[in-house]
Design a protein around this ligand. Structure first.
Ligand SMILES: CC(C)(COP(=O)(O)OP(=O)(O)OC[C@H]1O[C@@H](n2cnc3c(N)ncnc32)[C@H](O)[C@@H]1OP(=O)(O)O)[C@@H](O)C(=O)NCCC(=O)NCCS
Length: 372
């Protein structure tokens, strides 16, 4: 019998094989393509196709996936009604989790094979964007708007939130974040999706579980949490004083650190570059001073680098997006990566069932109730 090892948080444990992404110190590849090239040369729709079909689309395939996203965008009336009835104080991620599960009851796709589930992934991707936008509108006292044909996925979300065609720069940057967020190997939420799939449960259950895992601040919730931290400071000096104290108290700083990347996150570098240009263009360089005041001691003194959520929070903020949209936008993208993993897991499945080390009481007898 082989020796059993214990690794808290499964750190360093290989839990499966995947063709979808390679996450390493020096590289992040989606199906072999470096993230920097994808960020520069492709849109979210192309990346979604790449993840779900294994290859980049040609022009006709790209057009077809765009049409599918549009076709699958309208929300079932009962879903809009249910969003309307959600209490005001329910956070957007909780609404999303509940409504993805609920819209699953109105699934228009027939069958349960690989192709049907891939189609379902496209449908879920569109539904998720629509749910986010409908909730956003209703929270702002406005009626949801119907999707508009011909828009990119990024533009559609922004259009359905604001009711008007987005500024091209906002579309470009949101599209970039969707490309960067789409896939990241066996992270906590993807692993959650794979574990659920491994029981031969359905894709809607897997994606619902993924949303639950992603919302935590140690994972996708970090983009919102990072911005919640930054908005507390009016000046770079205030930020510098705070980070000094936080590090002395060994506090976790949101948007920094990564289980795999120890020398920096490729996605963060790509997005930070765009963020600096955005801040400059908008005349908001004071925000970059605050951003850098936190980043410098983290990198220089602690050798803990920003992850993608750190520049993403501020990018969304400078684009005027409200904080509780940040993690849902992560979902709007990652649903594609999750779905690719669901398909891959289902195609070569073994149920996930790790072991534990029992640390409870020694074996004992159940006393009669009068003796307890
Ligand atoms: C991402 C994260 C969960 C990875 O966790 P992990 O691999 O278990 O790493 P650990 O938490 O064990 O961190 C290792 C060390 O670095 C420190 N560290 C890691 N991330 C840190 C952060 N964001 N702020 C301050 N210290 C941090 C830990 O305190 C620990 O220090 P120690 O060895 O003195 O105890 C963790 O870095 C984190 O909580 N980051 C903040 C949340 C975040 O941005 N999440 C998004 C990830 S993409």
């Amino acid at each position: 019998m082989s020796e059993k090892t214990f690794s808290p948080g499964l750190a360093g444990v290989i839990a499966g094989e995947t063709d979808i992404a390679c996450v390493d110190q020096g590289v992040l590849l989606y199906r072999g393509y470096p993230i920097a090239e994808l960020a520069e040369k492709t849109s979210f729709e192309e990346v979604a196709y790449l993840l779900l079909y294994g290859e980049l689309p040609n022009a006709a395939q790209l057009q077809a996936i765009k049409e599918k996203f549009f076709q699958y965008a309208p929300l079932p009336t009962p879903v809009i009604d249910a969003i309307r009835q959600m209490p005001e104080e329910v956070p957007m991620m909780d609404v999303l989790r509940s409504m993805v599960s609920y819209t699953g009851h109105f699934d228009p796709i027939e069958g349960d094979d690989h192709d049907a589930n891939r189609e379902r992934a496209l449908w879920l991707t569109s539904q998720i964007a629509g749910i986010i936008a409908a909730r956003f509108r209703l929270m702002n006292g406005k009626e949801p708007v119907d999707p508009m044909s011909g828009l990119s996925h990024a533009a559609q979300i922004l259009y359905q939130c604001h009711g008007e065609a987005p500024d091209p720069l906002a579309e470009e940057l949101v599209d970039l974040t969707l490309v960067l967020y789409a896939e990241h190997d066996f992270n906590a939420s993807t692993f959650t999706c794979r574990v659920i799939t491994s029981t031969q449960s359905d894709i809607v259950s897997s994606i619902t579980g993924g949303i639950g895992a992603l919302k935590g601040p140690l994972h996708g919730g970090a983009n919102e949490a990072a911005m919640e931290m930054l908005v507390r400071f009016k000046t770079a000096d205030e930020a510098a004083a705070w980070i000094k104290e936080a590090l002395a108290k060994k506090e976790k700083v949101m948007g920094f650190g990564h289980r795999v990347y120890k020398n920096g996150d490729h996605r963060a570098r790509i997005l930070e570059d765009k963020l600096r240009k955005l801040a400059d263009k908008l005349g908001k360089n004071e925000w970059m001073a605050i951003y850098d005041a936190i980043k410098e001691p983290m990198v220089n003194d602690k050798k803990i680098y920003p992850n993608v959520d750190y520049p993403c929070g501020l990018t969304y903020y400078l684009l005027g997006l409200p904080l509780d949209l940040y993690t849902p936008l992560f979902v709007a993208s990652r649903v594609t990566g999750w779905s690719a993993h669901v398909l891959e897991q289902a195609a070569d499945n073994r149920i996930y069932r790790p072991l534990s080390i029992y640390t409870g009481p020694k074996e004992r007898s159940v006393p009669a109730i009068s003796e307890r």
